[in-house]
Design a protein. Sequence first.
Length: 446
Amino acid sequence: MVGETHLESVQAMTIETLPLENTSTAVEALSAGRNEPAWMLEQRQKAWRFFEEIPWPVGNEETWRRTKLTGFKLEDYRPFAPVAAAGDLPAGVQHSLDEVASASSLALVDGNAALHTIDPALAARGVIHTDLHSALREYPELLQKYLGTAVATDENKFAALHYALWNGGTFLYVPRNVKVEAPLQTVVYQSQGKYAGYHHTLVVAEEGASVTLVEDFSGAEDGLMDSVVELLPGAGSQVHYLHLQNLSQTAWNFSTQRMLLVRDSLLRFLIASWGSRLSKNWINMELNGPGSHGELLGLYFPDGRQHIDHHTNQLHKSPNGTSDLLFKGALKDRGRSVYQGYIKVYPNAQKTNAYQANRNLLLSKQARADSIPGLEIQANDVRCTHGATASQLQEEHVFYLMSRGLPRPNAERLVVQGFLEEVLDRIPVEGVRAKIEDEIARKLGV
């Protein structure tokens, strides 16, 4: 039986009382307004110092060489978005909230309000699934122990900015040997306007636990999203994490995501990138225990003038670890993708098995896909492979389907969906697969 659903503000102060700029004053005001403990303020201030010390990318750095920040000005974005009233939400977001309300899950509206759906059976087993501000009030010891352990406050400039000003998030904690059968879900919607959202996701699965979390990001028209995801699977645990990014095509999106695998842990990760004006994603998987296994899946479909950049690291630090990466994308109009991947096998990580592949399908002459896979191997008993491809849509394939009576958009959809099927088939949540298939149809005008 699903418990009561309610919408509540998790913000102790009004938007009007907060500073307009991303400054150290805003950091202190945010922490004070939410009555945060001293250690949280200290972490925020430390992150702000890192943010001020780390230089802005100028475009000649290797990770920024193919992704320019032309037109981006941080001072244009106010660091706190207003709470969206339920009646003001787009129909698609409201539909997602209605779906969550019938499940054992949580939904967030912006970073400032939370829609909770509480399943007493899960709570009785010690599972915590709540917004990060509530978690900080109710479970401060857990937050102090785990927050910031995967993604460092100085990981990059945008991670430092995030840690200084995070204003919403998801906390999921699964105790030892507890297996959560049904997927849990978070819906993150940011209001329209020149606002910045700093959503933080923290997932902790103790030894022998298993859980699936789906996070769905949307909105942020004319805004900024700067998120951090920390995934901490325990020994022998299984974590599935699906990150669906469908922000407005006028939004800037930056995301730092890191997962720390330990002995015999299994982690399956998916990122689907459909929205935003520009996305820059840092995705790092560390295999820190023997027998750990990680899968990294990616889907992306830029059109118009969208620019989507994924930078991945598969870091093998222990023996007998396996990692499998497959990123596939379709590109339309003047859409551009950048994929830069790196497998590193450390000296003691013998018996490593690592795979990395990036495949791209270009649907127009103007679309562009840059793919830069890489290897660094410091052990002598490993198996590592990597590869990348990019090819134009074959007109004879489309013509064949059209000759059977299909309109061109439907024919292109079949080709694109067939190309992406290799990833789609590995998505463990049927509803997520259906949502992605709908996005493919929308992109192709079907």
